[in-house]
Each structure stands twice: as structure tokens, then as C-alpha cells.
Design a protein. Structure first.
Length: 248
């Protein structure tokens, strides 16, 4: 099946700084895929499957000027475009993001070995089987934990299985915190991470207000960090810095 996979719907490829998580400020090359298996209240990406007839690829690194190509994008073509951009400027990593990129696991199985850079996988942490297949090709994992009140379903078991697999790599976890976020859900998330390894870095990310989600107060976000530090050793509060700088 994997050999027959040629194309996937890609939203965009561009060079920017990493604006979230452990590697904030590093120059990374972003490859954003269409489609997601969840619907979060605060989602900031137009990733709906089938909604992008064309993929945009930055024509000059960092310029935000794009060339457009029909979707689905051929795997070999995409690898060549990515590697040309990596040759033009050194990057810390190629960030594979979405949506949920693991929905394109067969395509990634072909693509990732042909990218000439470390691979950072940005994921919602709900597809452990697909992660296990791709794990040898991935260097860094940025895993979100999605709280039940944000997605209207419980994902604890999937997150636990995912964490066990992902902990073999350079892993950090992100949790988006809104003013409405429930402390009992945060506690359960912190305990879940600690049950795998209390040294896993946790990033508490104040929500960028969108839809029904409101920015957390200083008391709320600092209180969340205080609770987390009772279970975990490395807990940081980092907002979406690329949004602050008006970058992609």
C-alpha cells in the first residue's frame, strides 16, 4: 500500500521561526498537511480536508511570497522542493504539521527518509499506531494533550499509549490553557505525563483567543503551572510567539 501512495493534500510549505514549545525561536521549515481527526475550540488553522485545491510553497525563503501547485502533491516533487529550501538556508528542523499529519502516515513513510534535515513532528497525540510506524524517521515530537472539554470526548487512553511510544524520542508536551480550562482536567493530564516520565518537558500555552476560548488570566495560567510543578520537573509557560510577531 505504501508504495502506491504518491500524493497528499498539502496546505503550505514555508520557512519561519518555531513559535511554540521547547524550540521557540529556531528557524524551521514548515510542511503543513490538510485534515484532522479532531475539532478543537481554539484551532487556528484552516485544515478542513478537501478545502485546498492548491498547495502554496514559499518561492523565496522568508519572503511570504508563494508559488502554487495542484493538490494532491507528488511525494518526490515535495521532497525536492523541501530539500532545495533547506540548501538555501540552514534550518534547525523540518516541522511536519497540520491539521494532524499522522493522518497521512503512508505518505510520510515515503517522504520523511528523503528530507535532508531532522524531523519535528507536531501532533495531537491520538494516533499511536501511526506514530510507531514512523518513529524511526522522527527526531523530535511536539505532542499536544487535548482536554475533554476542548474536543467533547475523552482521549486519555490514546494519549497514554502515544506518550509511551513518543518518550523514546526528544519529546515535549503542549497543553493549551484558556480561562475556561478545568483544573481537574489539567491535573489528570499532568498525572498522565508523570506516569510515563516526570522529566518530560511540559509547555503550558495560553490560548490565542478564538471562537469560544478566552485568554487565561495571569492567576489562571500561573495557577496551572503551580499545579503542574507538583508532578513534573520541567514546566514552562510559552505563548504563541509567532502570532505576537505577525509571522506565519
Amino acid at each position: 500500500m505504501r508504495d502506491s501512495v504518491k500524493g497528499a493534500n498539502v496546505i503550505e510549505v514555508f520557512s519561519s521561526i518555531q513559535g511554540e514549545g521547547k524550540y521557540v525561536g529556531y528557524r524551521q521549515l514548515f510542511v503543513r498537511f490538510e485534515g484532522c481527526n479532531l475539532k478543537c475550540d481554539y484551532c487556528d488553522t484552516e485544515h478542513e480536508a478537501g478545502s485546498h485545491e492548491r498547495c502554496r510553497i514559499e518561492s523565496v525563503i522568508g519572503s511570504q511570497n508563494f508559488s502554487f501547485y495542484d493538490n494532491p502533491v507528488d511525494c518526490d516533487f515535495l521532497a525536492d522542493e523541501i530539500n532545495s529550501m533547506l540548501l538555501a538556508l540552514p534550518h534547525h528542523a523540518a516541522s511536519i504539521t497540520g491539521g494532524e499529519p499522522l493522518m497521512e502516515s503512508d505518505y510520510l513513510f515515503k517522504l520523511l527518509p528523503n528530507i535532508n534535515a531532522p524531523i519535528l513532528l507536531e501532533t495531537n497525540g491520538t494516533m499511536p499506531r501511526e506514530l510507531k510506524m514512523l518513529l524511526p524517521m522522527v527526531d523530535i515530537i511536539s505532542m499536544d494533550i487535548k482536554l475533554p472539554s476542548e474536543v467533547n470526548r475523552e482521549l486519555w487512553d490514546l494519549h497514554r499509549d502515544f506518550l509511551r511510544i513518543a518518550s523514546e524520542k526528544d519529546l515535549y508536551v503542549k497543553i493549551v490553557v484558556a480561562d475556561e480550562t478545568k483544573d481537574d482536567e489539567l491535573r489528570r493530564a499532568f498525572e498522565l505525563i508523570a506516569s510515563i516520565d516526570n522529566n518530560i518537558p511540559l509547555i503550558l500555552q495560553p490560548v490565542t483567543p478564538k471562537g469560544m476560548s478566552n485568554k487565561p488570566s495571569a492567576k489562571k495560567i500561573m495557577g496551572a503551572q503551580k499545579i503542574a510543578l507538583s508532578a513534573l520537573r520541567d514546566v514552562r509557560i510559552i505563548p504563541q510567539t509567532h502570532v505576537m510577531m505577525n509571522l506565519l
